[in-house]
Design a protein around this ligand. Structure first.
Ligand code: CDP
Length: 231
Protein backbone atom coordinates (compact mmCIF):
# COMPACT_ATOMS: atom_id res chain seq x y z
CA UNK A 1 0.00 0.00 0.00
CA UNK A 2 1.21 3.45 -0.85
CA UNK A 3 2.49 5.56 2.05
CA UNK A 4 0.99 8.98 2.60
CA UNK A 5 1.35 11.93 4.96
CA UNK A 6 -1.60 12.64 7.22
CA UNK A 7 -1.95 16.09 8.79
CA UNK A 8 -4.45 16.57 11.61
CA UNK A 9 -4.97 20.12 12.81
CA UNK A 10 -7.48 21.79 15.06
CA UNK A 11 -8.28 23.67 18.22
CA UNK A 12 -6.99 22.72 21.63
CA UNK A 13 -8.32 19.54 23.22
CA UNK A 14 -10.24 18.37 20.17
CA UNK A 15 -8.93 14.84 20.70
CA UNK A 16 -6.60 15.02 17.71
CA UNK A 17 -3.84 13.05 19.33
CA UNK A 18 -6.12 10.22 20.50
CA UNK A 19 -7.30 9.64 16.95
CA UNK A 20 -3.91 10.29 15.37
CA UNK A 21 -2.29 7.65 17.60
CA UNK A 22 -4.93 5.06 16.73
CA UNK A 23 -4.66 5.74 13.02
CA UNK A 24 -0.86 5.61 13.07
CA UNK A 25 -0.92 2.32 14.93
CA UNK A 26 -3.39 0.74 12.50
CA UNK A 27 -1.34 1.85 9.50
CA UNK A 28 2.09 1.16 11.01
CA UNK A 29 2.95 4.84 10.57
CA UNK A 30 5.02 7.13 12.80
CA UNK A 31 2.91 9.35 15.04
CA UNK A 32 4.20 12.79 15.95
CA UNK A 33 2.51 15.06 18.47
CA UNK A 34 3.85 18.45 17.38
CA UNK A 35 2.16 20.13 20.36
CA UNK A 36 4.38 18.03 22.63
CA UNK A 37 7.40 19.74 21.04
CA UNK A 38 6.12 23.25 21.85
CA UNK A 39 5.16 22.02 25.31
CA UNK A 40 8.65 20.58 25.92
CA UNK A 41 10.29 23.86 24.87
CA UNK A 42 7.95 25.66 27.28
CA UNK A 43 8.83 23.26 30.08
CA UNK A 44 12.52 23.97 29.49
CA UNK A 45 11.82 27.72 29.67
CA UNK A 46 9.94 27.32 32.96
CA UNK A 47 12.53 25.00 34.51
CA UNK A 48 15.35 27.35 33.61
CA UNK A 49 13.61 30.48 34.85
CA UNK A 50 13.07 32.15 31.50
CA UNK A 51 9.41 32.38 32.47
CA UNK A 52 8.57 33.76 35.88
CA UNK A 53 5.01 34.59 36.81
CA UNK A 54 3.81 36.14 33.60
CA UNK A 55 7.13 37.46 32.27
CA UNK A 56 8.82 35.62 29.47
CA UNK A 57 12.44 36.66 28.85
CA UNK A 58 12.38 35.94 25.16
CA UNK A 59 15.73 37.22 23.95
CA UNK A 60 17.68 35.47 26.72
CA UNK A 61 15.77 32.31 25.99
CA UNK A 62 16.46 32.39 22.26
CA UNK A 63 20.19 32.34 23.06
CA UNK A 64 19.65 28.95 24.74
CA UNK A 65 17.73 27.23 21.97
CA UNK A 66 20.77 25.18 20.97
CA UNK A 67 20.74 23.55 24.39
CA UNK A 68 17.29 22.06 23.84
CA UNK A 69 17.39 18.56 22.36
CA UNK A 70 14.05 17.02 21.55
CA UNK A 71 13.58 13.44 20.57
CA UNK A 72 10.68 11.03 20.16
CA UNK A 73 11.37 7.48 21.34
CA UNK A 74 9.03 4.65 20.51
CA UNK A 75 7.53 2.95 23.56
CA UNK A 76 6.57 -0.58 22.47
CA UNK A 77 4.38 -1.08 25.54
CA UNK A 78 2.25 1.91 24.65
CA UNK A 79 2.51 1.51 20.89
CA UNK A 80 3.54 5.12 20.26
CA UNK A 81 6.45 7.48 20.79
CA UNK A 82 7.09 9.60 23.84
CA UNK A 83 8.91 12.89 23.92
CA UNK A 84 12.31 13.30 25.57
CA UNK A 85 13.79 16.65 26.52
CA UNK A 86 17.57 16.49 26.84
CA UNK A 87 17.39 12.76 27.43
CA UNK A 88 14.54 12.83 29.95
CA UNK A 89 11.05 11.50 29.35
CA UNK A 90 8.81 14.55 29.84
CA UNK A 91 5.59 13.09 28.47
CA UNK A 92 3.83 13.68 31.79
CA UNK A 93 5.57 16.88 32.86
CA UNK A 94 4.50 18.74 29.70
CA UNK A 95 0.78 18.13 30.23
CA UNK A 96 0.37 20.23 33.38
CA UNK A 97 -1.75 23.38 33.57
CA UNK A 98 1.42 25.38 34.21
CA UNK A 99 2.81 24.42 30.82
CA UNK A 100 -0.61 24.89 29.17
CA UNK A 101 -0.74 28.41 30.59
CA UNK A 102 2.45 29.48 28.80
CA UNK A 103 2.78 27.28 25.74
CA UNK A 104 0.86 29.49 23.32
CA UNK A 105 3.07 32.47 24.19
CA UNK A 106 6.14 30.37 23.44
CA UNK A 107 4.62 29.06 20.21
CA UNK A 108 4.15 32.55 18.73
CA UNK A 109 7.91 33.05 18.46
CA UNK A 110 9.07 32.60 14.86
CA UNK A 111 12.62 31.42 15.78
CA UNK A 112 11.15 28.63 17.86
CA UNK A 113 8.63 27.66 15.21
CA UNK A 114 11.35 27.51 12.56
CA UNK A 115 13.32 25.01 14.63
CA UNK A 116 10.32 22.85 15.33
CA UNK A 117 9.30 22.81 11.68
CA UNK A 118 12.83 21.79 10.66
CA UNK A 119 12.64 18.79 12.99
CA UNK A 120 9.14 17.97 11.80
CA UNK A 121 10.23 17.99 8.15
CA UNK A 122 12.99 15.53 8.99
CA UNK A 123 10.59 13.19 10.74
CA UNK A 124 8.23 13.26 7.77
CA UNK A 125 10.75 12.88 4.95
CA UNK A 126 9.76 9.27 4.24
CA UNK A 127 6.01 9.87 4.55
CA UNK A 128 4.12 7.14 6.47
CA UNK A 129 3.50 9.70 9.21
CA UNK A 130 0.54 11.08 11.11
CA UNK A 131 1.29 14.45 12.67
CA UNK A 132 -1.14 16.54 14.65
CA UNK A 133 -0.95 20.20 15.60
CA UNK A 134 -2.04 23.63 14.44
CA UNK A 135 -0.05 24.32 11.26
CA UNK A 136 0.65 20.85 9.90
CA UNK A 137 -1.58 21.03 6.82
CA UNK A 138 -0.77 24.69 6.14
CA UNK A 139 2.94 25.12 6.90
CA UNK A 140 4.68 21.88 7.85
CA UNK A 141 3.27 19.53 5.19
CA UNK A 142 1.28 21.67 2.77
CA UNK A 143 1.42 18.77 0.28
CA UNK A 144 0.06 16.16 2.71
CA UNK A 145 -2.24 13.81 0.82
CA UNK A 146 -4.80 13.84 3.63
CA UNK A 147 -5.56 16.85 5.81
CA UNK A 148 -8.12 16.84 8.56
CA UNK A 149 -9.31 19.81 10.58
CA UNK A 150 -11.01 18.86 13.84
CA UNK A 151 -13.36 21.05 15.78
CA UNK A 152 -15.70 20.66 18.75
CA UNK A 153 -17.54 23.13 20.95
CA UNK A 154 -15.34 24.91 23.52
CA UNK A 155 -17.41 23.53 26.40
CA UNK A 156 -16.99 19.95 25.25
CA UNK A 157 -13.28 20.39 24.66
CA UNK A 158 -12.75 21.92 28.10
CA UNK A 159 -14.77 19.12 29.71
CA UNK A 160 -12.63 16.47 27.98
CA UNK A 161 -9.41 18.15 29.08
CA UNK A 162 -10.74 18.74 32.61
CA UNK A 163 -11.58 15.03 32.98
CA UNK A 164 -8.16 14.08 31.63
CA UNK A 165 -6.34 16.34 34.10
CA UNK A 166 -8.46 15.13 37.02
CA UNK A 167 -7.75 11.53 36.15
CA UNK A 168 -4.04 12.36 36.31
CA UNK A 169 -4.50 13.78 39.77
CA UNK A 170 -4.07 17.47 38.90
CA UNK A 171 -6.01 19.87 41.05
CA UNK A 172 -7.72 22.17 38.59
CA UNK A 173 -11.11 23.78 38.28
CA UNK A 174 -13.30 23.47 35.22
CA UNK A 175 -13.29 27.26 34.82
CA UNK A 176 -9.52 27.40 34.76
CA UNK A 177 -9.37 24.74 32.05
CA UNK A 178 -12.16 26.39 30.08
CA UNK A 179 -10.38 29.76 30.17
CA UNK A 180 -7.09 28.16 29.11
CA UNK A 181 -8.68 26.38 26.15
CA UNK A 182 -10.29 29.62 24.95
CA UNK A 183 -7.18 31.69 25.52
CA UNK A 184 -4.95 29.28 23.61
CA UNK A 185 -7.44 29.13 20.74
CA UNK A 186 -7.38 32.91 20.58
CA UNK A 187 -3.58 33.24 20.63
CA UNK A 188 -3.06 30.30 18.26
CA UNK A 189 -5.59 31.63 15.73
CA UNK A 190 -4.42 35.24 15.80
CA UNK A 191 -0.64 34.96 15.80
CA UNK A 192 1.26 36.26 12.83
CA UNK A 193 3.46 33.24 12.16
CA UNK A 194 1.62 30.06 11.15
CA UNK A 195 -1.75 30.80 12.73
CA UNK A 196 -4.23 28.02 13.32
CA UNK A 197 -6.43 28.03 10.23
CA UNK A 198 -8.04 25.31 8.19
CA UNK A 199 -6.07 24.55 5.03
CA UNK A 200 -8.21 25.03 1.90
CA UNK A 201 -8.00 21.36 1.07
CA UNK A 202 -8.55 20.04 4.61
CA UNK A 203 -11.62 18.03 5.49
CA UNK A 204 -13.31 19.57 8.49
CA UNK A 205 -15.20 17.62 11.03
CA UNK A 206 -16.89 18.56 14.23
CA UNK A 207 -16.50 15.71 16.68
CA UNK A 208 -18.65 17.14 19.50
CA UNK A 209 -21.17 14.35 19.06
CA UNK A 210 -18.89 11.55 17.90
CA UNK A 211 -17.43 8.75 19.98
CA UNK A 212 -13.74 7.96 19.69
CA UNK A 213 -14.59 4.82 17.73
CA UNK A 214 -16.74 6.80 15.28
CA UNK A 215 -14.00 9.37 14.77
CA UNK A 216 -11.42 6.68 14.22
CA UNK A 217 -13.61 4.89 11.68
CA UNK A 218 -14.31 8.13 9.88
CA UNK A 219 -10.62 8.98 9.57
CA UNK A 220 -9.74 5.44 8.45
CA UNK A 221 -12.39 5.67 5.71
CA UNK A 222 -10.81 8.93 4.54
CA UNK A 223 -7.37 7.29 4.57
CA UNK A 224 -8.58 4.39 2.42
CA UNK A 225 -10.31 6.73 -0.02
CA UNK A 226 -7.23 8.94 -0.29
CA UNK A 227 -4.94 5.98 -0.99
CA UNK A 228 -7.38 4.46 -3.52
CA UNK A 229 -7.57 7.76 -5.37
CA UNK A 230 -3.80 7.89 -5.64
CA UNK A 231 -3.44 4.33 -6.93
O1 CDP B 1 -3.43 18.90 23.22
P1 CDP B 1 -3.79 20.35 23.18
O2 CDP B 1 -4.90 20.58 22.28
O3 CDP B 1 -3.96 20.96 24.51
O4 CDP B 1 -2.59 21.17 22.58
P2 CDP B 1 -1.22 20.68 22.00
O5 CDP B 1 -1.45 20.01 20.70
O6 CDP B 1 -0.48 19.94 23.05
O7 CDP B 1 -0.50 22.07 21.69
C1 CDP B 1 -0.13 22.95 22.73
C2 CDP B 1 0.12 24.32 22.14
O8 CDP B 1 1.26 24.27 21.28
C3 CDP B 1 -0.96 24.92 21.28
O9 CDP B 1 -1.96 25.60 22.04
C4 CDP B 1 -0.19 25.87 20.39
O10 CDP B 1 0.06 27.09 21.04
C5 CDP B 1 1.13 25.15 20.20
N1 CDP B 1 1.23 24.42 18.92
C6 CDP B 1 1.56 25.13 17.80
O11 CDP B 1 1.69 26.35 17.85
N2 CDP B 1 1.75 24.49 16.61
C7 CDP B 1 1.61 23.16 16.53
N3 CDP B 1 1.82 22.57 15.35
C8 CDP B 1 1.24 22.43 17.66
C9 CDP B 1 1.04 23.09 18.86
Amino acid sequence: MRNITIAIDGYSSTGKSTIAKMVAKALGYIYVDSGAMYRAVTLYAIQNNFIDYSDFHVSDFLGELDKIKLEFRFNPGLGYSEIFLNGENVERAIRTMEVSNFVSQVAVIPEIRRRMVQLQHKMGENKAIVMDGRDIGTVVFPKAELKIFMTASPEIRAKRRFDELLSRGEKVSFDEVFRNVQERDHIDSNREDSPLIKANDAIEFDNSELSIKEQYQKVMRLVRMTIEDLE
